[in-house]
Design a protein around this ligand. Structure first.
Ligand SMILES: [Ca+2]
Length: 554
């Protein structure tokens, strides 16, 4: 089955290969290629590696999100490295995807939520950030063919932002979904031209369409340059529409009743405190159903991965191809009595799966190293032989971790930052709620609010597994968790922790919130090289917001 041919006059396999592309090859390419040679990922004289980035939507790590993906675990994880401490700085689609593409924290790419006003696929994003994404660098500086298929950014295709005719700079082949995840009845931009899809499983189911167009790319691309593919599935995002053959799968599966399921977060910020405990039976039924359907949709992703790996193998390219599998944010189903969503600071929302295979990566490895999605761009550029120093990225290349480099100096903390969203008017289905909240379904329990705005330092070092968070709300609420003793983040230790340590974490958070590039990679509070330097807090952004609480806290 071939649903989306790459070319209307496609040549036979083995014949001359010419594909329509989103833009023509950049000038002076041969001169620029010198910028990407001779570094770790691209040894001189060898064929430069290909890279595939598979990105799921809303797939958690903590609640067993990888369980349905048996083939993916076997074909990627067991053939390479699985990370157990992979995080996203912002647990929401658009800010997280912007971090992947730019290698920057949200305060540097300025995409703060899923709206155009929040810079999601806005004109400003297109002008300032898109030319500097890592795929754009791969194409313009390294001569890679770049292929995108699937969900891009939630506002992609909006009329006010150029519609579906806008093809972001840096992509040779562009098959992007208009707006947010769907499985049927959607429109794709195919190199800038709209194509509508209906609801016939055999030709329209989006995960399968992405698989087929990806296989087509592998068969008909040019063989003279390396390639980068980003395949971004709708699964397991709502509306959780499974393929027909999977709609009865996992009938005996329910959302995990783990230690923070259906309990009340009494010592947490007000949005958690407003949740209703115990949840109603209808809420629990709703979230169990959502959990089951999410897993069902992932079975088609597992099929996609299998088809892709087999085609790479058949075409003789698997041994020279890195494959990354990850998600844009985690998810929760009933934790702290919040029925379903993301956008919270806790592990279930900020932790994601990350599996990588590729040349030089030994099979069956797991790594506890602290990595974040801002590291994907630097790592992939490193594979292509492009130096991170030439970019403005905040992340780090974890290629040395993948290759088992000994005595590696690595970071011990990352920044998590989120700007809450709310509605200006009262939700008519929940008249008792004031304006300023959002995502209040089911049972009028709200998952987000304007002042669900927070920033955290997430630390994992040899001795510490710690999270320190501050809210920009009326209480200036602080949450601190010792995850060694309390992996489910039930006990907020902000009032019992050593005040000196609390002060250091407060400074470290302020520093990270204003960091840029190299200053985002400085030693954390528990590293031997840590030092407090107030100048770093004003390095590139002029000022930081005042923290009222810090005076009486310290
Ligand atoms: Ca998402």
């Amino acid at each position: 089955m071939r649903l989306l041919s790459l070319a209307t006059d496609r040549p036979r396999r083995g014949g001359p290969r010419h594909l329509p592309s989103g833009s023509s090859a950049p000038p002076l390419l041969l001169l620029l290629l010198g910028l990407c040679l001779g570094v770790s990922g691209a040894a001189k004289g060898s064929r430069r590696p290909n890279v595939v980035l598979l990105l799921a939507d809303d797939q958690d790590e903590v609640l067993g999100g990888m369980t349905p993906l048996k083939k993916t675990k076997a074909l990627i994880g067991e053939m390479g490295m699985t990370f157990s401490s992979a995080y996203v700085p912002s647990a929401l689609c658009c800010p997280s995807r912007a971090s992947i593409l730019t290698g920057k924290y949200p305060h540097n790419h300025h995409v703060v939520n899923n709206t155009l006003e929040g810079n999601c696929s806005s004109k400003s994003w297109q002008k300032i950030q898109e030319p500097n994404t890592f795929p754009a660098i791969l194409r313009s500086m390294c001569g890679y063919q770049t292929f995108f298929a699937g969900k891009y950014l939630n506002e992609y295709g909006a009329p006010d932002a150029g519609g579906l005719g806008h093809v972001p700079l840096g992509w040779s082949y562009w098959y992007a979904l208009e707006k947010n995840s769907k499985y049927y009845n959607y429109t794709l931009s195919i190199n800038g031209k709209a194509r509508k899809h209906g609801e016939n499983y055999s030709v329209d189911y989006l995960t399968d369409v992405l698989a087929n167009v990806s296989l087509d790319f592998l068969d008909y691309k040019s063989n003279s340059e390396p390639f980068f593919m980003m395949i971004s599935t709708p699964a397991p995002h709502s509306p959780w529409t499974a393929a027909p053959q999977y709609q009865n799968a996992f009938q005996n599966v329910f959302a995990p009743r783990n230690k923070n399921f259906n309990i009340h977060g009494t010592n947490k910020h007000w949005l958690i405190r407003q949740a209703k405990t115990p949840m109603t039976n209808s809420s629990i039924q709703f979230l169990d159903n959502a959990f089951r359907k999410r897993w069902q949709t992932l079975l088609s992703v597992d099929d996609l991965v299998e088809k892709l790996v087999k085609r790479l193998e058949f075409n003789g390219e698997l041994s020279n191809t890195y494959i990354f599998y990850t998600s844009d944010n985690g998810y929760h189903t009933g934790q702290f009595s919040l029925p379903i969503d993301k956008r919270q600071l806790y592990e279930f929302d900020i932790k994601v799966p990350l599996l990588v295979r590729g040349p030089g990566i030994k099979p069956n490895q797991t790594s506890k190293m602290l990595v974040a999605n801002i590291d994907l761009g630097p790592t992939i550029l490193d594979i292509a032989g492009y130096s991170l120093n030439k970019t403005q990225m905040d992340g780090m290349s974890f290629l040395p971790i993948l290759k088992g480099t000994s005595n590696l100096t690595w970071r011990s903390d990352i920044l998590v930052e989120y700007q809450g969203e709310g509605r200006n008017v009262t939700d008519p289905t929940c008249p008792s709620l004031s304006p300023g909240v959002s995502q209040c379904f089911p049972d009028c329990v709200c998952e987000d609010a304007y002042n669900n705005t927070y920033a955290c330092v997430r630390t994992t070092s040899e001795l510490w597994d710690l999270q320190y968070c501050e809210f920009d709300d009326q209480e200036v609420f602080v949450e601190v968790y010792n995850l060694t003793a309390d992996p489910h983040q039930i006990n907020n230790i902000a009032k019992s922790i050593d005040p000196e340590l609390l002060g250091k974490m407060n400074y470290r958070l302020m520093m990270l919130q204003s960091c840029s590039g190299p200053t985002c990679r400085t030693p954390g509070v528990f590293d031997p090289g840590y030092r407090f330097d107030p100048r770093l807090m004003f390095s590139s952004h002029g000022s930081i917001r005042t923290r009222r609480f810090s005076k009486h806290l310290l």
